[in-house]
Design a protein around this ligand. Structure first.
Ligand SMILES: [Zn+2]
Length: 516
């Protein structure tokens, strides 16, 4: 997600030096043209990794050996010093995968749910779910682009042209599942950043860190693994030709090897690290000491913006995309509100970060065409209450927040109103005013992120709650006064993980050229 460019650039540079020891001078369009680049070639283990007609290839062994050493040294060095800077920018990827899986559970029975829970498509759904962050970890701008709807909806249009039968076409099904993973990621990051992370910045300010291994993102992903369990770590896979064609059409060409390296790093390293860390009682204790509020609220079903809330929003978002794909006209509508319609909002004081209200829209907005009072809160007489409207992340953002200028009045019926005529990035216009009633103070709480009553975004009964922090997990925090990181075994395992990851690097490509 946009923001924090300086810190992210620094960590991206470090990753690039580690992952691309020879690639810094590579041709910007395709490193195959570079004299040091090795042409892809099949490897002996390819058959074992076959997936839906998608064939892995290996890079050159010389490059691999150098990368293994460089990456292992760089990453283990970073573990030792925790010196790499990283601006917090969103969910970790265990959480992202869990959000997609929970969103599938929230979908009502129907063809979309059937598609996204098909066992043979889970690898594609999970790969698409973490794909956008790959650009960040290797310092390429495609990551930012891939987070946002203009790219994602262009990819949807591209797939529709290439495969007119779409979900009925076996070649298109994994590509579609991958893209729904991308939709999940982009929406989830916005909801998390706008609500949960903003609250974390306030409550966990004292321990806040922008270093890679102690950042809020990393810490909350470790917490998620500790509280809800690790998410799948699937073999990397990309619909390579389709992704590259759409980047190319946008004037942002990305080399195949860049996408492959990034996806490999995500699948092995970025998902591997929180899992290792969550297994370390000392590691969790250290991070809990930094982010005690986040630990306590990450799995709270009533906390705005956490993965449980995000999954509800993603399910509603997916359903709208799917319906448009199957003949419904393009719509710009409210997917979810915070608080949910009919709920009591328990945070009246403006100094409390959760006093912020929010609406989540079915399309990213055109910031230049958004009136300052498009989203308002009104009392029973229709008078506007003083508040500041904020389109989180600006252009193409789906989330509009409303920050109170004074404390919200307690015990009165209030209305959150979204004006008619708001405009999306692609020109789609909000056809009708939408209003949602709520109260502030004590009263019935509904889980934030639920679709409004009577909306087309019908959700199934929620899946079981994520496992709450257990006594066993808590016991790891006894005497957590020290901030020392685990040494010895985890560092060795980390080195082995990274070395293995790089030495087994492969290149994945999709499309008809490799179809069986
Ligand atoms: Zn992200």
């Amino acid at each position: 997600m946009a923001g924090g460019h300086v810190g992210r650039r620094a960590v991206a540079d470090a990753w690039r030096r580690a992952v691309h020891p020879l690639r810094d001078q590579a041709d910007p369009v395709t490193d195959r043209a570079h004299p040091n680049a090795q042409p892809p070639r099949p490897i002996a283990r390819a058959a074992a990794l076959h997936y839906n007609g998608l064939t892995p290839h290996s890079g050159g062994p010389g490059i691999l050996a150098m990368r293994a050493l460089a990456l292992a040294a760089a990453v283990t060095g970073a573990v030792a010093s925790a010196a790499l800077p990283l601006a917090a920018h969103a969910n970790g990827n265990h959480a992202h995968e869990a959000i997609s899986l929970r969103a599938v559970a929230h979908l009502p029975p129907g063809p979309l749910k059937a598609l996204l829970q098909a066992p043979d498509l889970q690898q594609a759904l999970m790969n698409g779910t973490f794909f956008p962050d790959g650009g960040y970890v290797i310092g390429h701008g495609y990551g930012e682009t891939a987070h946002w709807e203009p790219y994602q909806r262009a990819l949807l249009a591209h797939l529709g042209k290439a495969h007119p039968a779409l979900e009925k076409d076996p070649a298109a099904r994994p590509k579609l599942a991958f893209l729904f993973g991308m939709f999940s990621h982009g929406m989830a990051d916005q909801v998390y950043d706008a609500l949960f992370m903003e609250a974390g910045k306030h409550y966990d300010k004292a321990g806040w860190s922008d270093d890679l291994f102690t950042s809020f993102d990393t810490a909350t992903d470790v917490f998620w693994v500790a509280q809800a369990g690790a998410s799948p770590m699937p073999e990397p896979w990309l619909p390579m030709d389709d992704l590259r064609a759409v980047f190319q059409a946008r004037g942002e060409p990305v080399p195949e090897a860049t996408l492959t390296d990034a996806q490999q790093t995500l699948a092995k390293v970025i998902l591997g690290w929180p899992k290792l860390k969550a297994e370390s009682k000392e590691g969790i204790a250290d991070l809990r000491q930094r982010y005690p509020w986040a630990w306590d609220h990450l799995s709270d079903p009533h906390e705005p913006g956490n993965p449980l809330c995000e999954a509800r929003v993603v399910a509603a978002y997916w359903q709208g995309v799917w319906d448009e794909l199957h003949g419904k006209p393009a719509q710009l509508r409210v997917l979810a509100t915070v608080p949910s319609e009919g709920a009591a909002h328990p945070w009246p004081a403006k100094v409390t970060p959760q006093s912020t209200l929010a609406v989540v829209l079915s399309r990213g907005l055109d910031a230049a065409k958004l009136a300052d009072d498009a989203v308002t809160v009104r009392d029973a007489k229709g008078n506007k209450l003083p508040a500041k409207q904020h389109l989180f992340y600006g252009q193409n953002s789906n989330v509009v927040r409303l920050l109170p200028a004074s404390d919200w009045p307690v015990g009165h019926k209030l209305t959150l109103r979204v004006a008619k005529g708001i405009v999306a990035f692609d020109g789609t216009v909000g056809a009708a005013e939408e209003s949602f009633a709520f109260t502030v103070g004590a009263g019935p709480q509904r889980e934030p992120g639920l679709p409004p009553k009577g909306s087309p975004w019908q959700l199934a009964a929620p899946p079981p709650q994520a496992q709450t922090p257990t006594t066993a997990a808590d016991s790891g925090t006894g005497g957590c006064a020290t901030g020392g990181r685990p040494a010895g075994a985890p560092a060795v395992r980390w080195t082995l993980l990274v070395a293995w990851m790089v030495l087994t690097r492969r290149r994945w490509s999709g499309g008809t050229s490799h179809a069986q």
